[in-house]
Design a binder for this molecule. Sequence first.
Ligand SMILES: *[C@@H]1O[C@H](CO)[C@@H](O)[C@H](O)[C@H]1NC(C)=O
Ligand SMILES: *[C@@H]1O[C@H](CO)[C@@H](O)[C@H](O)[C@H]1NC(C)=O
Ligand SMILES: *[C@@H]1O[C@H](CO)[C@@H](O)[C@H](O)[C@H]1NC(C)=O
Ligand SMILES: *[C@@H]1O[C@H](CO)[C@@H](O)[C@H](O)[C@H]1NC(C)=O
Ligand SMILES: *[C@@H]1O[C@H](CO)[C@@H](O)[C@H](O)[C@H]1NC(C)=O
Ligand SMILES: *[C@@H]1O[C@H](CO)[C@@H](O)[C@H](O)[C@H]1NC(C)=O
Ligand SMILES: *[C@@H]1O[C@H](CO)[C@@H](O)[C@H](O)[C@H]1NC(C)=O
Ligand SMILES: *[C@@H]1O[C@H](CO)[C@@H](O)[C@H](O)[C@H]1NC(C)=O
Length: 425
Amino acid sequence: MDSNVLVRRSFTTGYFRIYKKYYLHIIALIGFLIVIQSRTRVVFTTASIIYQYSPNLHNVSHNYTYLMKCPSENSPKHLSVHPHQLVNMISIVLQSSSLMYCPVPKIATKTLLNIILYVHVRDLIHHVENNWTNVSTNRAQIEKMINISAFIKDLQFNGVVIPKSEMPKSAVEFLHMYLNILQFGTINTSSSSKLINPWRLRFTFAFPYFRLNNLPSLAEIFTPSFNRVIFVRHPFERLASAYKERIATLAKDRIEPEPEYDAMRTEICQQRVVSQRVRSLRPTQDSCMHTVPSFEDFLRYILTITHIPNGIARMNYHWQPYSVLCQVCKFKYNFIGKYEMFNDDLSRFLKLYNISNWNIERRNGASGLSKRDYQAYYDTLPDDLICELIKLYRDDMRLFKYRIEDYVNRTTLFQNCKWLTSALS
Ligand SMILES: *[C@@H]1O[C@H](CO)[C@@H](O)[C@H](O)[C@H]1NC(C)=O
Ligand SMILES: *[C@@H]1O[C@H](CO)[C@@H](O)[C@H](O)[C@H]1NC(C)=O
Ligand SMILES: *[C@@H]1O[C@H](CO)[C@@H](O)[C@H](O)[C@H]1NC(C)=O
Ligand SMILES: *[C@@H]1O[C@H](CO)[C@@H](O)[C@H](O)[C@H]1NC(C)=O
Ligand SMILES: *[C@@H]1O[C@H](CO)[C@@H](O)[C@H](O)[C@H]1NC(C)=O
Ligand SMILES: *[C@@H]1O[C@H](CO)[C@@H](O)[C@H](O)[C@H]1NC(C)=O
Ligand SMILES: *[C@@H]1O[C@H](CO)[C@@H](O)[C@H](O)[C@H]1NC(C)=O
Ligand SMILES: *[C@@H]1O[C@H](CO)[C@@H](O)[C@H](O)[C@H]1NC(C)=O
């Protein structure tokens, strides 16, 4: 017990020190991915984390089961999730609500994170109102340190309007205001609202115990009453959506700057230029700045890393298969939501956490493209490329029952792609 507390303390202080550094990165709008990836290097201890799980999946709360069986573990009781695995950095845990959530980019993570923060703030209010009864000393200490003025500045920086007359005067007032902001995007229902990006809120990162990688013991995550939550989407649609938003949107059209992906767009363009050296007329770097690479060029670019050993583990998490990103077979998620039935599954999730009055229609970052729009991205791709995508995403499809033919219908693929039969079986 004592050593756990010590570990937690050092995580806590280390976390805040490191966090301050990263916050500057966020302010500099370098983006979430960089934060995550740098944290990977700095925050982690060298030891592997050993997870213990209950082999009985409890699936009372969801309709979907894993279609393909996960490979059986060598040691059925213990499994190790390596510290460098991104799931440790990105996953969120609410112990009080028995909730672990692995956010898969391009699958409503902002909406879901808003809801999870909402549950968290609800807990904080309960703690403050009950003088931290039943709350561990460590946690109470962190929660008592909430710097209201710093968080208000942060909200204002993120576009939330808080008139002087509405400034909260106590922690409870502040938290109630925060609850409204998370739910409505505004301090109260009568003022005009703005959708905020929870990944850019300082508040999201202020509670170290809220992050999977800071939990001293992870065994409880695998107890039967714990909800391990993942939302999934057809991998081909997720991929096209990532391309559309991260690569095919020019800097001037972005809502929030993403210099990392602007640089990647230029790199894809230049790579293509190099591969076409035979052409006498080569586009200059400047022309690459304003050129949107085709979906095919983008795919060839992201697939190069999959050809090297362990390459898939190092893919950008916007297109890394979620079976890898979220270590699906290790964490054995027991609440599975599907983007294709998002409203139903979100309702189920809200009910599970007793949240009423959430405006389901109000979606943060929804693209507005239809299924047909996404299918069109695949119409002109050559078979060899589609075959490589099938190879890359076959576990995502098999585990969560997604069909290739919902996005690609070609008889020639059956003859030319050796991964196809195993992906469909
Ligand atoms: C989980 O779902 C499977 C398949 O629908 C079912 O056979 C099994 O009984 C369920 N388990 C529980 C604990 O409900
Ligand atoms: C999932 O469960 C809900 C409620 O139990 C039900 O209305 C819905 O039809 C189910 N969906 C599927 C795909 O089975
Ligand atoms: C709250 O707890 C602190 C110590 O944890 C105690 O000193 C204080 O009297 C308590 N206040 C109330 C209102 O119970
Ligand atoms: C503290 O825990 C006890 C036992 O679980 C529970 O009955 C009580 O309501 C809790 N008190 C608060 C303020 O949460
Ligand atoms: C709280 O935040 C404000 C604004 O960022 C800062 O000026 C102040 O020093 C902070 N207070 C504490 C106690 O950290
Ligand atoms: C709602 O917020 C606006 C300012 O954004 C304020 O003028 C108004 O009084 C608030 N209404 C209530 C009911 O608090
Ligand atoms: C759900 O919330 C309502 C009102 O906030 C409350 O009365 C009820 O006890 C809660 N139920 C659970 C299971 O937490
Ligand atoms: C492929 O064919 C199936 C069955 O006819 C159909 O449901 C699906 O929408 C088609 N997919 C595309 C991309 O046209």
